[in-house]
Design a protein around this ligand. Structure first.
Ligand code: FEO
Length: 390
């Protein structure tokens, strides 16, 4: 990535990671990602906002060199996670006069993670102002999007919000601005589902806080920069507080085909009733697609064969993830087949203990589904239709 000018004396100096395929050893990255860092040259002080993943340190150094930055006064750490902070020690070494600005919680998290001398850190407070001469920055604490220490930095005169992970997207694109990337919102939604969804309540409060700021541009720490910030702000509002949709997500696995027969028949019955439905076979499904589908769905169905005495391990994994991602889903159903022992209903409901949901009547079939079982599936589809309309 070559440094790109966003506004007068404000540059994007981060790095592309075009071919990274996995984040957190968990999340698939179909479009790679970026680690965004921003340089602001005020008339008196020069600031770097965040750094890059250590694997891309050379890119950041080259960008600073290309801009002839021979002095940095401050490095701002909006977020201590290493994809943004990991190059801070090297940049501090490169610019021995630079102070590292972060909140108290940021300091407490950065010191154990990185080799940084505490004397280099200057702790800032919520809403503190920093003058760069002709430019002014304000720090806005924004805990739990998605770590407790996170803060935003607002460039007052330029009206740019550096929002860290919030509003981000794992999307490597040669176009800097979201208006030139038609799939930005979809990838931002995927990112929201994978990273931010558990913190919906916090995000509502942060969105309210941001209403008090005149924001012309949002510059997150992953993906394109929003030159029309109202689009992503309103999309976030919808994802966090909007009405859930007439959608069912079925997450299943099958060993000998019985559970799959149940899933496919239920899918047909839902389609007949004009209910959108997406079945995800856990053997082949992308975790990102699955998470994305959970943002709007009113109902989730888990389909599992009995594996020995309980649910199949793939469904245990899926239930754990759903419980962690905390979608706003209102209804959960469990379907499946078994041969002898069967503890899957208790096992799966226990794993979803952090969700506030109504459980639909479970439908467990001994062996292959028969005529009566299919009639029970019709009843389940009717029940789903009923709760979606209520
Ligand atoms: Fe992109 Fe939470 O780091």
């Amino acid at each position: 990535m070559y440094p790109r000018m966003m506004n007068e004396n404000i540059f994007a100096v981060g790095a592309f990671d075009w071919d990274r395929t996995l984040f957190d050893a968990l999340i698939p990255l179909p479009y790679g990602t970026t680690y965004n860092a921003y340089l602001i040259k005020g008339s008196k002080k020069t600031v770097l906002i965040d750094t890059v993943d250590p694997s891309k340190l050379a890119v950041l150094k080259r960008n600073l060199n290309n801009l002839n930055i021979d002095r940095l006064d401050y490095i701002i750490s909006n977020h201590a996670e290493q994809d943004h902070s990991g190059s801070i020690p090297e940049i501090l070494n490169l610019y021995p006069m630079a102070r590292l600005l972060t909140g108290k919680k940021g300091q407490d998290m950065l010191l154990p993670l990185l080799d940084i001398s505490p004397e280099r850190i200057q702790v800032v407070e919520d809403r503190e102002i920093l003058s760069l001469g002709d430019k002014t920055l304000q720090f806005i604490f924004a805990p739990w999007v998605h770590w407790p220490e996170t803060m935003f930095t607002f460039a007052v005169e330029d009206k740019i919000l550096f929002s860290c992970d919030l509003f981000g997207a794992h999307l490597a694109s040669s176009e800097l601005f979201a208006s030139k990337n038609e799939n930005t919102l979809q990838e931002a939604k995927r990112y929201y589902a994978e990273i931010m969804m558990p913190y919906g309540g916090r995000i509502v409060k942060h969105l309210e806080t941001l209403q008090n700021y005149d924001i012309k541009t949002i510059a997150p720490s992953h993906g394109p920069v929003y030159d029309h910030p109202e689009q992503i702000m309103s999309a976030y509002h919808e994802w966090v507080t909007g009405d859930l949709k007439n959608e069912v997500v079925i997450i299943y696995v099958t060993m000998h085909g019985s559970t799959e027969q149940l899933v496919f028949r239920l899918t047909d019955e839902l389609v007949k009733r004009n209910i959108s439905v997406t079945p995800f076979n856990t053997v082949t499904a992308s975790l990102g697609d699955l998470a994305l589908s959970l943002v709007d769905a009113k109902t989730v169905i888990l389909g599992s064969p009995a594996y020995l005495m309980g649910a199949h391990p793939n469904l245990i994994y899926a239930a754990y993830l759903i419980n962690t991602l905390k979608p706003r889903t209102q209804n959960v159903g469990i379907i499946g087949s078994f041969g002898w022992g069967n503890k899957m209903v208790n096992q799966l409901t226990d794993m979803l203990k952090d969700l506030t949901v109504e459980y639909l009547p479970p439908l467990l079939v001994k062996g292959n589904p028969r005529q009566q079982d299919y009639l029970d599936l019709v009843a389940l589809a009717e029940k789903i239709q009923q709760v979606h309309q209520s």
